[in-house]
Design a protein around this ligand. Structure first.
Ligand code: FAQ
Length: 316
């Protein structure tokens, strides 16, 4: 008689066979918890990520730019919605995820704790922040949890548009007047390192990576993705005549890849602790938006309740 496999071993074999895990399938508790953590952090990032960009909607330099930025910010809200819904399929309620964000217990991407100082920052966010997000999220379209993988396919399509609108803004500025070129360069100087931090700690310092890769939640490591992003993005900046704020950045012929300097990890961990330049402002803005939205949640719930009572009466 063949050896009896444990539930964990059967799960691993299922994942190794490139099968998608669906909400009603058995899964290890730690797999479920890891996914809730990652997906909800990702959802929070999308929603908090609306704030630095929304700051520029009223000051976009033309109607065309305003329309594109409005659409982009609205897309981020949609991404948050898909992701909260994907996390809900794992048995976590939307209320408890939002509560964790608003009480400061949940993390969201470090990148959104930096200020947007000029219009060029909107270009830099699209080019670099969405560029980094795509690098990470194309991998996640193949993540082992079905609802997350499917949400990612749609999100990546929209992020590609975002990345292009950002690059086009930077390109226009880089090819413009001296003052515009300076704005583009200044934005790149300020957003480059924070964009590299988006990929998370170095592989050796990443507590979750090994297990998440074994379960095929993540398919590439933080450092691998960061390197891919550098290799893809540096030529795009050089093409525009911009320079990168890293004097160690150099093409390595042997590796067929760029060498680069070290991220300021103290800055990264301070942001994770809530001490970044805008952490408090971002959280306060989200709390205010949540409180201001109370009436519409109450109205929607009252309507839903009324509808279900009406259905019950008809059924009786
Ligand atoms: N910021 O062990 P690891 C976007 C935390 S979406 C804050 O390596 P993991 C779209 C990490 O959570 C951007 N915290 O963790 C947009 C963990 O915390 P915990 C968001 C970070 O999960 C564009 C601890 O450090 N994207 O930008 C960061 O295996 C423009 C140890 O780290 C996603 O969320 C960080 N940068 O790998 C919107 C993608 N890095 O809970 C608007 C999905 C790490 O153990 C405008 N997420 N931490 O205490 C992922 O792929 C992964 O969660 C990683 C981290 C790669 C972020």
């Amino acid at each position: 008689m063949g050896e009896q496999l444990s539930l964990e071993e059967r799960f691993q074999a299922y994942v190794d066979g490139e099968n998608k895990v669906e909400p009603k399938d058995w899964m290890p508790e730690a797999y479920r918890k890891t996914l809730i953590r990652q997906i909800s952090q990702h959802a929070h990032s999308e929603v908090v990520g609306m704030l630095p960009e929304a700051n520029w909607i009223t000051r976009a330099p033309s109607l065309r730019r305003k329309v594109a930025l409005l659409a982009k910010v609205q897309d981020e809200a949609g991404h948050g919605l898909y992701l909260y819904s994907a996390a809900e399929t794992l048995g976590e309620s939307r209320e408890s995820m939002i509560d964790a964000l608003l009480t400061g217990k949940a993390k969201y991407s470090s990148i959104f704790n930096y200020p947007t100082m000029s219009w060029a920052d909107i270009g830099a966010i699209g080019w670099l922040v969405d560029g980094a997000a795509i690098q990470n999220q194309v991998m996640l379209t193949r993540t082992s949890y079905g609802p997350y993988a499917r949400a990612m396919v749609r999100i990546c399509k929209e992020e590609s548009f975002h990345q292009r609108q950002g690059y086009e803004i930077i390109m226009t500025l880089a090819r413009g007047t001296e003052a515009q070129k300076k704005m583009a360069q200044d934005a790149l100087n300020r957003w480059w390192w924070p964009s590299l931090m988006m990929f998370g700690p170095r592989d050796d310092d990443s507590p979750n990576s090994a297990r998440s890769m074994k379960w095929k939640i993540k398919r590439k490591s933080n450092d691998e993705l960061r390197q891919e992003f550098i290799d893809k993005t540096v030529p795009q900046g050089l093409f525009l005549g911009l320079t990168f704020p890293d004097d160690k950045l150099k093409w390595n012929e042997e590796r067929g890849s760029y060498d680069s300097g070290e991220i300021n990890w103290d800055e990264f961990y301070e942001i994770l602790k809530g001490n970044g330049p805008c952490n408090k402002q971002r959280l306060n803005d989200r709390i205010k938006a949540h409180e201001d939205g109370e009436w519409i949640r109450a109205a929607a719930n009252a309507y839903a309740e009324k509808q279900s009572k009406r259905k019950e009466t008809h059924a009786a």
